[in-house]
Design a protein around this ligand. Structure first.
Ligand code: ADP
Ligand code: MG
Length: 139
């Protein structure tokens, strides 16, 4: 069933000029980029986005990283898009990521790991709504 997920190309990737290479992996995996915008996240936006992790020891570092340079926010569409994109991204820590995944190919470290992808359909809907209006998503 066609589904949507939310993606972020993180600062480590935009800084190394890898937006197009990441998008090529996404598209080669059969996911369609149906909305996309490059933004500089504010601290408040990053703190809200990662609120679920606010008690984790890496929260401050994560927020600092996410606002250290522009990011590209995206909506991806395809069959089982949430689970499919998690596969395409690879494990959080690139040392554990499978061959051919975005994180294996491009991530620098467990923190600077090039991409975000929603972990459930419910969170995908909430995350998409944080960054896009309905009319900005054209499937
Ligand atoms: P994922 O992005 O794979 O869903 P999590 O939701 O667990 O991973 O973590 C959110 C983000 O927090 C990660 O993508 C990464 O940027 C950062 N992060 C996770 N674990 C660590 C860690 N041990 N040290 C530093 N940063 C981390
Ligand atoms: Mg997560």
């Amino acid at each position: 069933m066609a589904e949507r997920t939310f993606s972020i190309i993180k600062p480590d990737a935009t800084q190394r000029n890898l937006t197009g290479k990441v998008n090529a992996v996404i598209e080669d995996a059969g996911l369609r980029i149906v909305a996309q915008r490059r933004i500089q996240m504010s601290r408040a936006q990053a703190e809200k986005f990662y609120e679920v992790h606010k008690e984790r020891p890496f929260f401050g570092e994560l927020v600092d990283f996410m606002i250290s340079a522009p990011v590209v926010v995206q909506v991806l569409e395809g069959d089982n898009a949430v689970a499919r994109y998690r596969e395409v991204m690879g494990a959080t820590n690139p040392a554990n990521a499978a061959e051919g995944t975005i994180r294996k190919l491009y991530a620098v470290s467990v923190g600077e790991n090039s991409v975000h992808g929603s972990d459930s359909q419910e969170n995908a809907a909430l995350e998409i709504a944080q960054f896009f209006k309905a009319e900005e998503i054209v499937g």
